[in-house]
Design a protein around this ligand. Structure first.
Ligand code: C2E
Ligand code: CA
Ligand code: CA
Ligand code: CA
Length: 279
């Protein structure tokens, strides 16, 4: 057992060093990727079933790695957050997505609400609101059409500073939503206290409805609370007609998920909007 213990430890230590080295390499690669413009965005439609049309779009980050191909955000966003690289990267996302929306409009597509993910690390920066204001001005994007998607972890940081930043953005007309709602630690009281416009029900509560009674209860409770507080609700990760029917019968009409479309390239998105969603 002793022998095994030592081997396990040595194995563990070796693995740790390998992992630390890998992280360091990844950090360097991310920095270079930003300089070399290897990042790209995909766009996923957000559909309002009442009118049966696309009312919004979420910008989702991808890394087009020269050797590894398309790298998904799960594999690099947390390191970008830890190293602070998410700040310039997030600014790039915001500018690129706003510019893209304006380009679609110039091409004759209807104006959409644009959702952009903002990490807690970006929100901690006292200059976030200035950065957002500058990008809106540069791109000509109306503030009302930009929605910053925030996660509940943000609310665990310095709350007073967070509230001040939210109020500033809100006063500018920028919309704010809580992403992955239900997975974090936010108290329901925050929903009343903060200038939030929308909740996005996390995919984990959507994937097993209507079959799983607990998830069905949670999803319908979130919809009811949100509506009572005058917030709109978006269900994420809708993949099936059965999920759609359940959500709809509980009053949630705005949805996002593979059922409608995966995140796609800008040209494909424009085509989808011009031709309409598959029925
Ligand atoms: P998120 O903000 O919750 O984004 C939704 C994720 O669910 C996306 O994954 C999307 O592709 C995926 N998704 C959408 N519909 C479905 C569905 O029907 N089924 C399934 N299984 N998945 C669906 P993606 O693009 O891999 O992004 C993962 C996460 O990475 C995002 O989760 C967000 O937290 C983060 N992320 C993405 N882009 C950015 C960014 O620009 N900045 C920051 N800070 N984080 C980002
Ligand atoms: Ca999101
Ligand atoms: Ca989400
Ligand atoms: Ca999620």
């Amino acid at each position: 057992a002793k022998e095994l213990g030592r081997n396990t430890y040595q194995f563990y230590a070796a693995e740790m060093t390998a992992r630390a080295r890998e992280r360091l390499a990844l950090e360097g690669a991310l920095r270079r990727a930003l300089e070399r413009e290897e990042f790209t965005l995909r766009y996923q439609p957000i559909v309002d079933l009442r009118g049966g049309r696309v009312v919004g779009v979420e910008a989702l980050l991808r890394w087009r790695h020269p050797e590894r191909g398309m790298v998904m955000p799960e594999q690099f966003v947390s390191i970008a957050e830890e190293t602070g690289l998410i700040v310039p990267l997030g600014e790039w996302v915001l500018r690129t997505a706003c510019a893209q929306c304006r380009e679609w409009e110039a091409a004759g597509l209807p104006p959409l609400r644009l959702g952009v993910n903002i990490s807690a690390r970006q929100f901690q920066r006292p200059d976030l609101a200035d950065t957002v204001a500058r990008i809106l001005e540069e791109t000509g994007m109306p503030p009302k059409r930009l929605e910053l998607e925030l996660t509940e972890t943000l609310l665990m940081q310095s709350l007073e500073a967070t509230i001040a930043a939210m109020q500033r953005l809100s006063a500018m007309g920028v919309q704010l939503s809580i992403d992955d709602f239900g997975t974090g630690y936010s108290s329901l009281a925050y929903l009343k206290r903060l200038p939030i416009d929308r909740l996005k029900i996390d995919r984990s509560f959507v994937q097993d409805i209507p079959g799983d009674p607990d998830d069905a209860a949670i999803a319908s409770a979130i919809i009811a609370i949100a509506h009572k507080l005058d917030l709109t609700v978006v269900a994420e990760g809708v993949e099936s007609g059965a999920q759609l029917a359940f959500l709809r019968s509980h009053g949630c009409d705005v949805m996002q998920g593979y059922y409608f479309s995966e995140p796609i390239e800008p040209a494909e998105f424009a085509h989808l909007l011009a031709t309409g969603l598959p029925a």
